[in-house]
Design a protein around this ligand. Sequence first.
Ligand SMILES: *[C@@H]1O[C@H](CO)[C@@H](O)[C@H](O)[C@H]1NC(C)=O
Ligand SMILES: *[C@@H]1O[C@H](CO)[C@@H](O)[C@H](O)[C@H]1NC(C)=O
Ligand SMILES: *[C@@H]1O[C@H](CO)[C@@H](O)[C@H](O)[C@H]1NC(C)=O
Ligand SMILES: *[C@@H]1O[C@H](CO)[C@@H](O)[C@H](O)[C@H]1NC(C)=O
Length: 187
Amino acid sequence: MRCGVVLLVAVLSLGTGAAESLSETANDQIQENFDINQFLGTWFALATGCNCSWFNQYKEVMTITKVVLSTSEESNTFIGTFQYDRNGTCIHHVGRYTKKDIAGHFVFNSTGAYAESADIRVIKINYQEYAFLLIHASKGADHSKSVSLYGRTRNLTKETTEEFKEFALRQGIPEDMILFLPEKGKY
Ligand SMILES: *[C@@H]1O[C@H](CO)[C@@H](O)[C@H](O)[C@H]1NC(C)=O
Ligand SMILES: *[C@@H]1O[C@H](CO)[C@@H](O)[C@H](O)[C@H]1NC(C)=O
Ligand SMILES: *[C@@H]1O[C@H](CO)[C@@H](O)[C@H](O)[C@H]1NC(C)=O
Ligand SMILES: *[C@@H]1O[C@H](CO)[C@@H](O)[C@H](O)[C@H]1NC(C)=O
């Protein structure tokens, strides 16, 4: 189920618990006045980019992921459910995000065997249309940086997709590691 993990990391936006200093992303600060309530609901993860060593290997099987974000019983956390098609099989994951001090900054710790954690920042959001996420993920000694484009629908404007691509490049993601995901199955 490596692929599922990979997608979870790449698409959801998992980052590292050991957060990089904010100055490293000085050009891309967390969205001002971020409002978690407006962030909740259904999104589609439409594009992703990562400097991960495994990325090329999984490019072919990655597809659009449906993401549903909802509140949890604990006020400092929220829940994400992820559904996507992987090679004809529907994959379903649930994860929990913990809010950090700055609104728009989260930590994701996966459960079970994955031993994966992620530091996630919402860099830019238009709650009705799109969100740009910056993710630092870690698994053991392995660190990666990824970006993710969420859309409220599967169809964003060209301006938005171009802007996302620029954002990814600015974050040092190589162009051939930026992937606009195909739609497959019902997700
Ligand atoms: C996808 O499914 C095909 C046919 O069942 C199989 O040959 C292939 O190895 C699978 N690929 C992955 C990445 O699971
Ligand atoms: C996530 O896991 C890391 C490593 O085990 C731990 O240091 C951190 O406190 C955890 N964070 C949360 C929010 O559970
Ligand atoms: C990806 O970026 C992260 C964060 O900048 C860095 O720690 C990691 O070494 C990079 N990985 C590769 C394969 O370049
Ligand atoms: C997506 O948007 C483009 C341009 O905004 C439009 O031409 C196209 O018909 C739309 N596709 C769907 C499926 O809505």
